[in-house]
Design a protein around this ligand. Structure first.
Ligand code: PLP
Length: 380
């Protein structure tokens, strides 16, 4: 059986979530915009789901918009805000954001917008002082992720939002990885936009949310019908919204337990790695300001028999799924841009794996990973 340690990429759907979705794929097949009963029950479901999400995030229901996931939510916030204004403003983001943020800014820049891209420190944290020093008179939007998907590093978003508030700048934060791994309250954290994706929290793929603070006005994102309070046209993804609702209901009950579970798994793996590989590996990111479920480890190529970029493939061959510090692009394995941005050597970046724990992992999964690594490295 495969040992799945790649939950930051996607999680296994919770059985209860699947059950909650099924009626909407079978007998409840109406269109939520219809005036008859088969339509209205779906409208009720959508609004119930919105209430559940809003309650979980301590926001108002009218501040929650259903989308197709994290990528769309990031596009929606950034482009929606840009197109709502008639000035080609300046924005600030970091060089280790998800492509859904970086590519969106880069697209806007083709139309005359301007973006400063800040490098993080060598742990992956974005410095508030650095951001502050880049602010210009026409800076209108700052986008910094809450937690990084490869490193798990958690940024000091409150200090960034304080700077934004003092200068009248909107703050967008990609919270796709932090939701479900720590408490995320956008109002308390001073965030104007946050994004979420259901498949990272044991829900289905292809559904997520964008939170927009009620005082912020942005442009409609998808033109068509008047769904999502006339901000995103298109018949709603009902079954997935039902799944997202259920995933959040479960999370409300299990968040503390989940965090405890991830923390135990992570510290167990660190001690097992120490037992087996002592000073032959390094932990990337920041061990203190880090998500409890992500561990990013580089094995020293001068100390261990590591074939560059091959670790995730070698582990896959023995049925252990992790992510690598390299991504396959145009047929070649390139070291992760995130690791290179920290100033890491290419050879070390290429000997890196990201382990990300989920609700369904057990300590034996760590043991299998370590045993497999020992075999790969020829360590007895
Ligand atoms: N943002 C971050 C930080 C992510 O990790 C991901 C997914 O890996 C996304 C955005 C994109 O989310 P989705 O897969 O729902 O489009």
């Amino acid at each position: 059986m495969t040992t799945y340690l790649d939950n930051a990429a996607s999680t296994r759907i919770d059985g209860r979530v699947l059950e909650a979705m099924l009626p909407y794929l079978k007998e409840k097949y109406g269109n939520p915009s219809s005036a008859h009963k088969q339509g209205k029950i779906l409208k009720v479901l959508i609004e119930d789901a919105r209430d559940v999400v809003a309650d979980f995030l301590f926001t108002k229901p009218k501040e929650i918009f259903f989308t197709s996931g994290g990528t769309e939510s990031n596009n929606f916030a950034i482009k929606g805000y840009a197109f709502s204004r008639n000035d080609k403003f300046h924005s600030i983001t970091s060089s280790i954001e998800h492509p859904a943020v970086l590519e969106t800014f880069s697209y806007l820049n083709k139309f005359g917008y301007e973006t400063d891209i800040i490098k993080p420190d060598n742990k992956g944290k974005v410095s508030t002082e650095n951001i502050e020093s880049r602010i210009k008179n026409n800076t209108k939007l700052i986008s910094i992720m809450h937690a990084n998907n490869e490193l798990g590093i958690v940024n000091d978003v409150k200090s960034i939002s304080d700077v934004c508030k003092s200068k009248g700048i909107l703050f967008h934060s990609d919270t796709v990885q932090s939701i479900g791994k720590m408490s995320v309250k956008p109002k308390e954290l001073g965030m104007d936009f946050i994004t979420m994706s259901a498949h990272k929290i044991y829900g289905p793929k292809g559904v997520g949310i964008l939170f927009i603070d009620e005082n912020v006005k942005i442009d409609k994102y998808i033109h068509g019908g008047s769904q999502e309070r006339n901000m995103r046209g298109g018949t709603e993804n009902i079954a997935s919204i039902a799944g997202l609702k259920c995933a959040i209901e479960i999370l409300k009950e299990s968040l503390d337990e989940d965090i405890k579970h991830y923390t135990e798994l992570k510290s167990h793996l660190i001690s097992e790695l120490n037992n087996s590989f002592k000073d032959m590996f390094i932990i990337n990111g920041d061990e203190v300001n880090s998500l409890p479920n992500i561990l990013n480890v580089s094995f020293k190529p001068d100390r261990l028999k590591v074939s560059s970029g091959m670790l995730p493939i070698q582990l896959d061959l023995v049925d252990v799924s992790v992510s690598g510090g390299s991504a396959c692009s145009s047929g070649s394995l390139k070291p992760s841009n995130v690791l290179l941005e920290l100033g890491m050597e290419e050879s070390l970046a290429s000997s890196t794996i990201r382990i990300s724990f989920g609700r369904f992992n057990v300590l034996e999964d760590n043991m299998k990973l370590v045993k497999s690594l020992k075999k790969i490295f020829g360590v007895v």
